[in-house]
Design a protein around this ligand. Structure first.
Ligand code: 13P
Ligand code: SF4
Length: 316
């Protein structure tokens, strides 16, 4: 529509004027994906934030992502167009809970998924994302105990992939991914049995799909547990014509855009993250106009958290 076009034009103009860049996560609404300077998974966006020459970063994603960008770039202005864009997974552990857990395992190495608050990161030795969690845990000496948080499904996946016995897992979850059930994936597969299965490790079905795979119920060579960015790469390269997508459905817009001749089927069409959908074109425009909302992290917390985040961006 004309209104939408004029908002987009204004955004482009303001971006130029302010030397700003738009970073967007793969779960953003299509209109935001279509105007992003960089679209990607959590790791790709953290790396993009680190490498940009822009003065202003508008983060089209959720709060912890903007915080991570702020920690990596204290001298830049980091904007989150809606302060309410949080994350149920990040909310599943507080810094006090982590401190108590650490006291119970004083020798353990703490690995935090990037979906955590800056305070939790500051109490962690390593951060990781879904695309490098296995590599990060593998980089830790075998005899060291590991506390992995906060996602139980990603934790179980990493524990199986690394074969690590001395790894304790926090029982948090993302309500969107936990809602994608193993039965749904198996059922969709029954109706599309030539399809490749792409499963995010935060899903309730990710670890059970490993069993289903081992039992021969899901085909070994077609079942892939991947981050959102890895899913996109995989679907671009694969010769399959159909893909069952077990993650937040926003990514399907990008998959279809990059592969107009392939078919993408949501394992659960109701897997929609309400936080990711809070970012709209109007709010992006307002954020560039009014500097809303500037995300900063107190220096002391940022310094400690940066150590863990630096390891995340450099491994895997
Ligand atoms: P990735 O895009 O890094 O796979 O993360 C998924 C997610 O849920 C982010 O909130
Ligand atoms: Fe958080 Fe889940 Fe939404 Fe990702 S999809 S931002 S993990 S609530």
């Amino acid at each position: 529509t004309d209104k939408k076009n004029s908002i987009v034009e204004e955004i482009i103009e303001l971006k130029k004027k302010r030397n700003a860049i738009l970073l967007a996560h793969n779960y953003q609404i299509p209109e935001i994906q279509d105007i992003a300077d960089v679209l990607g998974d959590s790791l790709a966006l953290a790396r993009a934030a680190l490498n940009t020459e822009a003065d202003v970063i508008v983060f089209c994603g959720v709060h912890f992502m903007a915080e991570t960008a702020a920690i990596l770039n204290p001298e830049k202005t980091i904007l989150l167009p809606d302060l309410e864009a949080g994350c149920s997974l990040a909310d599943s552990i507080t810094v006090d809970q982590l401190r108590k857990w650490k006291r119970e395992h004083p020798e353990a190495v703490v690995v935090s998924y990037v979906n955590t608050s800056a305070e939790v990161k500051a109490e962690s030795d390593y951060c990781c994302t879904s695309s490098n969690a296995v590599a990060i845990v593998n980089s830790i000496p075998e005899k060291k105990e590991v506390l992995f948080l906060p996602d139980l499904f990603l934790g179980e996946f990493v524990k199986k992939e690394t074969g690590r016995e001395n790894m304790y897992i926090w029982q948090g979850e993302c309500h969107v991914h936990a809602g994608i059930r193993p039965g749904q994936v198996a059922e969709v597969f029954t109706n599309h049995n030539d399809a490749d299965l792409l499963i995010h490790p935060e899903c309730g079905c990710s670890t059970s799909s490993m069993y289903l795979k081992a039992e021969g119920i899901l085909p070994q060579e077609k079942t892939h547990i991947l981050s959102t960015g890895q899913m996109l790469d995989y679907s671009n390269k694969s010769n399959a014509e159909q893909f069952i997508v077990a993650t937040e459905v926003g990514i399907i817009h990008q998959m279809e855009k990059q592969n107009p001749n392939k078919q993408f089927i949501a394992a659960n069409p109701e897997a929609v993250c309400p936080f990711m959908k809070m970012i709209t074109l109007e709010k992006v425009l307002m954020s560039l106009k009014n500097n809303t909302h500037i995300i900063t992290v107190p220096k002391k917390i940022a310094r400690k958290a940066k150590h863990a985040i630096d390891r995340m961006v450099s491994i895997g």
